[in-house]
Design a protein around this ligand. Structure first.
Ligand code: HEC
Length: 122
C-alpha cells in the first residue's frame, strides 16, 4: 500500500516535471522562430503615449509607426538601442528592452493595416 502511494507520487511528479519541460521548450523555441505581434501589442502600450495606441500618432512631430515595414522598424530600433541613431527620448526608452521585445513590437506595428491619407498636412 505504502509502496504504491510512493510510486504514484513519483509518477505524478515525473509527469509534472516533464510537462513543465515541454512547455518551457515549446515557449522558448516558438519565441526564437517568429516574433509575436499579440505580445508586441501589449508591450507597445509603453509607446502609445507618443506614437498613438495603434501607431498613428496625434502629434505632428512624432512619426507614425502603423503599417511600417518590420525590417525598417527593427533597423531603427536597433540603431536607437546601440546609439548609432541619436535621440534622447528614444535612446532611453529602447536601450533596456530585449531583442525579443523589440521584434514583437515591430511585428505588432507592421501588422496594423495602413490607411492611406492619415498624415497631417500643415
Ligand atoms: C516620449 C515620447 C515617445 C515615446 C514614449 C516613444 N517614442 Fe518613439 N519616437 C519619439 C520621437 C519624438 C521620435 C522621433 C525621434 C527622432 O527624430 O529620431 C520617435 C521615433 C521612433 C521611431 C523611428 C521612426 C522612423 O520613422 O524612423 C521608432 C521606430 C520608434 N520611435 C519606436 C518607438 C517604440 C517601439 C516605442 C515604445 C517602446 C516608442 N517609440 C516610444 C517619441 C517617443
Amino acid at each position: 500500500m505504502r509502496k504504491r502511494t510512493v510510486l504514484t507520487v513519483v509518477a505524478v511528479v515525473t509527469a509534472l516535471i516533464g510537462g513543465a519541460f515541454d512547455l518551457a521548450f515549446t515557449a522558448s523555441s516558438a519565441r526564437a522562430v517568429r516574433p509575436d505581434p499579440v505580445a508586441g501589442k501589449a508591450e507597445a502600450a509603453l509607446c502609445s503615449g507618443c506614437h498613438g495606441a495603434d501607431g498613428l500618432s496625434a502629434a505632428t512631430e512624432i512619426p507614425n509607426l502603423a503599417g511600417q515595414h518590420y525590417q525598417y522598424l527593427m533597423q531603427q530600433l536597433m540603431a536607437y538601442k546601440d546609439g548609432t541613431r541619436k535621440n534622447g527620448i528614444m535612446n532611453e526608452i529602447i536601450r533596456p528592452m530585449s531583442l525579443e521585445q523589440l521584434q514583437n513590437i515591430a511585428a505588432y506595428f507592421s501588422s496594423v493595416p495602413l490607411t492611406v491619407g492619415k498624415g497631417k498636412t500643415p
